[in-house]
Design a protein around this ligand. Structure first.
Ligand SMILES: [Zn+2]
Ligand SMILES: [Zn+2]
Length: 104
């Protein structure tokens, strides 16, 4: 875990009964329990499923549609925000046209 203020590695510290992460710059996280999980969820939510009109021109991959269990889907990738992040893969079912994001 890194300091959001200066980027240094945070050190665990006890604050009464609570466990907090503190940094030499003065930053300290308020409550450690659950903080990391909600952070992760927020990141995942930020990438929205983008539908495409031109899906018929897209390549097809072998995957299972979560909705109709069809075995083929169109796919495309999108580079999200920062360049150091991996590409996000989107899939669109050939049969029911359901669009979803590949989290792998
Ligand atoms: Zn710091
Ligand atoms: Zn489907």
């Amino acid at each position: 875990m890194f300091c959001p203020k200066c980027g240094a590695i945070l050190m665990p510290k006890k604050d009464g009964s609570k466990r907090i992460m503190s940094c030499s710059c003065g930053y300290s996280s308020k409550d450690l329990s659950g903080a990391k999980i909600s952070e992760k969820l927020e990141t995942a939510k930020k990438v929205e499923v983008v539908d495409r009109e031109d899906y018929e021109t897209l390549p097809i991959t072998k995957t299972e549609c979560p909705k109709c269990k069809c075995k083929e889907a169109y796919f495309w990738t999108i580079q999200t925000r920062a360049g150091d992040e991996p590409e996000t893969k989107f899939l669109k079912c050939k049969k029911c046209k359901h669009t979803w994001r590949d989290y792998d």
